[in-house]
Design a protein around this ligand. Structure first.
Ligand code: NAI
Length: 330
């Protein structure tokens, strides 16, 4: 089966390259999937795509025209796919449901600690021979209340790790969290979480209900000086509202691994470019904002798992076995 693998970087090629054989003939393309690049899929039976690839209706229609019947995502989130269009066109969509929830949870904790103890500032100061502690005052996690939005695989791992620090853990999830009570996490209404948490961490999927759930209204319900961490999806947060909250100091700390408009920026070197996104650039001017470029998942273990599962998904499709990782269409 001939597969066009879009948005590949050297590290993807390394991980997936081991599996490139007669059964699954992989062609690595650096270009992202867009309306303009979808024509590269001509002559292939399946395509593989990543988080910021465009799989909207016009792209899927083009793919269908080239005979593509499978889109296999190398990520867990599928908010970039028009599932209704895929269904209508008869294109199957599979994903990697969990590659390393540990990787994302650990990065999340890393961001929290880096912000609270200002490690990113200390790193630069000490390298310049400046050992002054002025401006580096942190706070203990012990005894603080954290709010986890989305009690899934990643959210619960973050919750466990924060519990080990001595935090009180509140979770919000529209579905009953069966393990929460036994673990000592309190499942609460969203407004209660907003009102009580010193640290709020986003781990729900991006859906129409969760899009921009962190906005002016929800920020107004939060504690003064709250820390907001987002390693979920950028559009969970209304960036303009975040900037306003930072300017008034209502928000004390922000850690983002994902950004609403990350598509044109992330995963590429723009160090010689003039970045045109003024909201993104404004965010970077705050001394209490830490941004990483969608790297929470990026560990050896996760890349191996992504490669293995992607190949399993392709083989299942090729041999018409049940697609256990098919994206559910609701
Ligand atoms: P999961 O599916 O195990 O958990 C998601 C949880 O969110 C579920 O418990 C679900 O009930 C809950 N949820 C659904 N709607 C909600 C709502 N309206 N409000 C609050 N909770 C809601 O997913 P997992 O593996 O924990 O991943 C979570 C998200 O993390 C993914 O959807 C993805 O967007 C993001 N992610 C980010 C990565 C990164 O590198 N930054 C890597 C992997 C995932």
């Amino acid at each position: 089966m001939k597969v066009a693998v879009f948005s590949t970087k050297p590290y993807d090629k390394n991980a997936l390259g081991h599996y490139d054989n007669d059964e699954v003939d992989l062609t690595f393309l650096e270009v992202p999937m867009t309306v303009a690049s979808a024509h590269y899929a001509q002559g292939f039976q399946a395509v593989s795509a990543f988080v910021n690839d465009d799989l909207s209706e016009p792209v899927l229609s083009q793919l269908k025209g080239y005979g593509i019947e499978l889109v296999t995502l190398r990520c867990a989130g599928f908010n970039n796919v028009d599932l209704a269009a895929a269904k209508k066109l008869g294109i199957k969509v599979t994903r990697v449901p969990a590659y390393s929830p540990y990787a994302v949870a650990e990065h999340t904790i890393g961001m929290m600690l880096a912000l609270s103890r200002k490690i990113y500032k200390a790193y630069n100061r000490v390298r310049e021979g400046n050992f002054s502690l002025n401006g580096l005052l942190g706070f203990d996690f012990y005894g603080k209340t954290v709010g986890i939005i989305g009690a899934g695989k990643i959210g619960l791992l973050v919750a466990k790790r924060l519990q080990a620090f001595g935090c009180r853990v509140l979770v919000y999830d529209p579905y009953l969290c069966e393990s929460c009570a036994a673990e000592g996490f309190e499942q609460v209404p969203l407004d209660e979480l907003y009102a009580q948490a010193h640290i709020i961490s986003m781990h729900c999927p991006l859906t129409p209900e969760t899009t921009r759930m962190i906005n002016n209204e929800s920020i107004a319900k939060m504690r003064q000086g709250v820390m907001i961490i987002n390693t979920g999806r950028g559009a969970l947060i209304d960036t303009k509202a975040l900037i306003s909250g930072l300017k008034t100091r209502h928000i004390g700390y922000v850690g983002l691994d994902v950004y609403e408009e990350e598509g044109p920026l992330f995963f590429e070197d723009h160090s010689d470019d003039i970045i045109q996104d003024d909201h993104f650039e404004r965010l970077l001017t705050f001394p209490n904002v830490l941004v990483t470029g969608h790297q929470a998942y990026f560990t050896h273990e996760a890349l191996e798992h992504i490669a293995e599962t992607t190949i399993e998904n392709l083989m299942a499709f090729k041999y018409q076995r049940p697609l256990t990782n098919e994206v559910p269409f609701k």
